[in-house]
Design a protein around this ligand. Structure first.
Ligand SMILES: Nc1ncnc2c1ncn2[C@@H]1O[C@H](COP(=O)(O)OP(=O)(O)OP(=O)(O)O)[C@@H](O)[C@H]1O
Ligand SMILES: [Mg+2]
Length: 340
């Protein structure tokens, strides 16, 4: 479990003060995957550097399974750091070492004997699907395979936390999904807490249980994926569901309504049913269906023709267990487009 409380990091650029982290608090329970998403300059890399204490936070606390990193002295800190496995955009392997020796390197550093090392390396290479590649060298592997080696190496010291900084940004879409699947499969491993830093909503959609939106060094939205998506007018919700926040209502005849059906409701013809209940055709002008953290979300935007009371439509949809709101009532958050 990772607990971050009120973390600040202030940099000085000449006379200017930059608050790269401006009071960040977050909790990642063991056994879950939490995503931090934000655009360029939001403070993502600063957060990673501070979490590993490679960069000292200006103030605030970081705890990993109850051990306070921010107050630990050098020896204790060195030990505590071993509780964090790191995965970066590039695996940064030693080219002159075999794959097995790369994975075993962190164990060598802490003096684990050869037999135990070989056993552990074997297990880890099997875990990441590279059981046959131990004797190969990094140059013989594809980018996706090298990233698997990086993940195996990060797990070598049995960390409590796996911190992944843009783990798939250098990979093609298919390899990205393979690596995401691997990271997702680690969720149940010995109570590991996984934190994934990304600028891609695809990563969040694919593997995260919960997510925080970092903007200007602050967490401006946070929660379980299945909760944030229901807010409809939040930035995360709109980026997750992928319907542009506002449509020009002058191009449609009538009033626009957003409908969100969740779980088993998402499989029912709620709009068709409402259409016959209110006796008016309801045109679907936008829509998406997403599967997030095991739940289906169907988001539709419908046009209620003039002459039909939109409130009757909304009431009918609500009575069927869907959420329905006038699209014009939804706030128009800025800065969503670059997250999608
Ligand atoms: N060593 C430093 N000295 C001064 N300012 C810094 C330093 N590191 C980061 N910053 C500033 O802190 C802010 C956050 O930077 P950071 O690198 O954490 O963003 P990021 O979210 O990782 O962006 P990107 O997606 O582009 O990697 C930026 O305004 C940056 O200029
Ligand atoms: Mg960065």
């Amino acid at each position: 479990m990772i607990t971050v409380e009120d973390l600040y990091k202030v940099y000085h650029q000449g006379k200017r003060e930059v608050r790269a982290l401006d009071g960040v608090s977050l909790t990642v329970p063991s056994g879950s995957v939490h995503g931090i998403i934000g655009h360029s300059g939001a403070g993502k890399s600063t957060l990673v550097r501070c979490l590993t204490m490679l960069d000292r936070p200006t103030s605030g606390t970081i705890e990993i399974n109850g051990v306070n990193l921010t107050s630990a002295r050098s020896n204790a800190l060195r030990k505590a750091r071993r509780r964090i496995g790191l995965v970066f955009q590039q695996a940064n392997l030693f080219d002159s070492r075999t794959i097995a020796d790369n994975v075993g390197y962190p164990l060598e550093l802490i003096g684990v004997g050869r037999a135990e090392r070989l056993r552990k390396v074997d297990e880890l290479l099997g875990l990441v699907g590279l059981g046959d590649s131990g004797a190969a060298y990094p140059a013989q592997l594809s980018g996706g395979m090298r990233q698997r080696v990086g993940i195996a190496r990060a797990l070598a010291s049995d960390p409590d936390v796996l911190l992944c900084d843009e783990p798939t940004s250098a990979l093609d879409p298919r390899t990205t999904d393979e690596i995401l699947e691997l990271i997702s499969s680690l969720r149940g491993r010995d109570g590991l807490a996984v934190l994934v830093i990304t600028h891609e909503m695809h990563v969040v959609k694919s593997i995260c249980d919960s997510v925080s939106l970092l903007d200007g060094g602050r967490i401006v939205e946070s929660g379980r994926l299945t909760d944030v998506v229901r807010r409809l007018d939040g930035r995360l919700s709109q980026a997750l569901l992928g319907i542009p926040p506002h449509v020009d209502e002058s191009v449609v005849d009538g009033v626009l309504v957003d409908v969100l059906s969740t779980g088993e409701h998402a499989t029912r013809p709620v709009v068709a049913h409402t259409s016959s209940e209110v006796g008016a055709p309801l045109n679907i002008v936008g829509g998406s269906v997403e599967h997030l953290a095991g739940t289906t979300f169907s988001h539709l935007r419908i046009a209620v023709p003039s002459g039909t009371d939109p409130q009757r439509v909304i009431d009918s949809l609500l009575s069927q267990g869907a959420d329905a709101r006038l699209t014009s009532d939804l706030a128009d958050p800025t800065g969503t487009e670059d997250l999608a």
